[in-house]
Design a protein around this ligand. Structure first.
Ligand SMILES: Nc1ncnc2c1ncn2[C@@H]1O[C@H](COP(=O)(O)OP(=O)(O)OP(=O)(O)O)[C@@H](O)[C@H]1O
Ligand SMILES: [Mg+2]
Length: 298
């Protein structure tokens, strides 16, 4: 096992996928800044007794001027949303049953502006325009109407919509891809250090999905935020991630953490390259092996 390192730009082959599953209690210099997110032996048991995640530990460092892109893969029901919502501080996932969920060294006490969440189902208020949906967080913060509209218009353009054409539309007048852009804009406008994305592109057609992946990569580079991105697509996890966390079937545990090639080419082109597909197939084999050895009780 190796400790996590900053991924270098590499040509992609299955050999470039490194196991970076960190030791649970990696020694840390006393002067080192706290990780941006750390789970220490976190278990969540819901009312009713479902053990959603068990003894989950990982750490993500606050990479200055970059931010790490973490993708999370795992079968349905393994606790991926539970992990994201624990970081977000949302109930009933928060608080954990045992263990510590830490953001910059502090136990998460509830939701906060340092963390923004984008859900799968394009959460938007149907009775609010695009502009008012995007400006909602600022409105809750008491930011004045002129400033919040100005910032919302800037953010609309950032996610590839047009302020002139789209700002006054209502969610039902938008396509799925456009609604997801609105949801992303509503998160970005708050400038969170940590962005939590729960299968945000799962319902999009393949072409729109590639475009949204490209958009997300460029926004991530600009924002320098740490992103946690849950997906069922190994291609998407490998393309977007610096690191991919593979979880076991429920109760969820971390099976492996892999350093994967960074997204340094457009999504559609890179995901068709034979070398990229080799990496995807090798991870698919790894997942199958890990899952069958977990089932066998190894
Ligand atoms: N509020 C809740 N109350 C009780 N059990 C819950 C609750 N939320 C989730 N669970 C259970 O916890 C386990 C993990 O759920 P979670 O939603 O985190 O899985 P997931 O990996 O996100 O699944 P999917 O890929 O289907 O979204 C599942 O068995 C689920 O039924
Ligand atoms: Mg989920």
């Amino acid at each position: 096992m190796t400790t996590p390192t900053t991924p270098e730009k590499v040509s992609i082959t299955p050999e470039t996928v490194k196991d970076v599953s960190a030791p649970v209690a990696a020694p840390v210099a006393p002067t080192a800044p706290p990780p941006i997110v750390e789970f220490r032996n976190v278990t969540k048991i819901y009312d009713g007794g479902t053990v959603a995640i068990k003894d989950v530990s990982f750490r993500v460092d606050d990479l200055a001027g970059k931010g790490e892109f973490i993708t999370i893969l795992g079968p349905s029901g393994c606790g991926k949303s539970t992990v994201l919502r624990l970081i977000a501080g949302l109930t009933p996932q928060h608080p954990p049953t045992s263990g510590d969920v830490l953001v910059l060294g502090q136990n998460v006490a509830g939701p906060g502006q340092d963390r923004g969440m984008v859900f799968q189902d394009y959460t938007a208020f149907d009775n609010r325009t695009v502009l008012d949906n995007i400006a909602f967080g600022l409105e809750c913060d008491g930011v004045g109407v002129a400033e919040r509209y100005e910032r919302a218009k800037e953010t609309i353009e950032k996610v590839g919509l047009s302020a002139a054409r789209d700002a006054h539309k209502y969610p039902h007048q938008l396509s799925g891809g456009m609604r997801q852009r609105v949801a992303i804009a509503g998160t970005l406008i708050m400038r969170p250090k940590i962005i939590l994305m729960d299968e945000p592109f799962g319902a999009l057609d393949p072409g729109t999905r590639y475009r949204m992946q490209d958009l997300l990569v460029s926004l991530w580079r600009e924002l320098e935020a740490t992103i946690f991105f849950v997906t069922h697509s190994i291609e998407e996890a490998v393309y977007l991630g610096d690191r991919t966390i593979i979880m076991s079937p429920g109760p969820g545990r971390i099976l492996q953490q892999l350093e994967v090639p960074p997204p340094d080419r457009p999504a559609k082109a890179m995901q068709r390259e034979p070398e990229f597909l080799q990496v995807v197939f090798s991870i698919r084999d790894t997942v199958e092996k890990l899952e069958s050895s977990t089932k066998a009780g190894d």
